[in-house]
Design a binder for this molecule. Structure first.
Ligand SMILES: [Zn+2]
Length: 267
């Protein structure tokens, strides 16, 4: 388990050893002990962390309603009658009971800390990202050197617009906390599209070495601009490669994004 944060709040990240390679998160206010659980899958592990740190669960926040992000909801909220599930209105039908809608621009308070809510559809229509200080919880919108698929109720045009208008607009030092650990495959795909990119090669070496020690890498929005092809839509080397080898016709950023997403689906 990794712990991030400062004197005011802590973030616990832990990896679930399933085939989907999920991450679960708990955010807590150090002064009050109130916490929010994000996308619980392994409820037993979540409740162990809650007990060990003497926390009270105020919210379960679901970035979206795919089964691997909500299936631990009920055992987690059963622990406290006062806790609630927070999800975008378009996800309400998938979760029950005690669920409340939150939308773009809302602020969620956990003890003394404030989390800003961004609506980032594309992986699915109800997808939310959560901003706490210089940490962004992106669910399945982006991953280290990649982005979410659009196979289950998703749309690549919406995903393009969420990434290019909302996530790309965050400061370079914003740390990305995503829903799955897919970094090695994503970097290998990135290298297949952008083979001369030294930053991608270096990050792949770093990621391989960390994973071999059972450590999980972290990246920032600024780093993603260097090696994530879905953030590099106006890069000449990528565009030329897609035109020469993958029948890219229009080279506007949205068409490049959609082509990259199609190629990643088949890769
Ligand atoms: Zn998902």
């Amino acid at each position: 388990m990794d712990i991030f944060g400062n004197k005011e709040y802590k973030i616990a990240r832990f990896f679930i050893e399933n085939s989907d390679r999920n991450f679960n998160y708990i955010i807590w206010c150090c002064e009050t002990g109130q916490c929010a659980v994000i996308d619980p899958l392994d409820a037993i592990e979540v409740l162990n962390v809650v007990r060990d740190n003497n926390l009270s669960i105020k919210y379960v926040i679901n970035t979206h309603a795919h089964p691997d992000h909500i299936s631990g909801n009920n055992p987690v909220i059963k622990v406290s009658m006062l806790s609630e599930i927070l999800i975008h209105p378009l996800g309400l039908d998938y979760v029950a009971p005690r669920a409340k809608a939150i939308e773009d621009g809302d602020t969620v308070h956990i003890g003394k800390i404030n989390i800003k809510i961004l609506h980032t559809p594309g992986h699915c229509p109800e997808h939310l990202s959560l901003l706490l200080d210089d940490y962004i919880f992106v669910g399945d919108t982006i991953f280290l050197s990649g982005c979410g698929n659009t196979k289950f109720r998703g749309n690549p045009h919406d995903l393009y617009s969420s990434i290019s208008t909302k996530l790309s607009a965050l400061p370079d030092n914003t740390k990305i906390l995503c829903g799955h650990e897919y970094s090695e495959n994503n970097l290998k795909f990135a290298l297949s599209i952008d083979p001369q990119n030294r930053e991608t090669k270096n990050k792949l070496n770093e990621v391989k070495s960390r994973l071999s020690r059972s450590e999980f890498p972290l990246s920032t929005i600024g780093e993603e601009r260097l090696y994530n092809p879905f953030f590099r839509l106006d890069n000449d080397a990528i565009i030329n490669n897609l035109k020469s080898n993958y029948e890219l016709i229009d080279d506007d950023p949205q068409s490049v994004f959609v082509k990259l997403r199609q190629l990643r689906n088949k890769w």
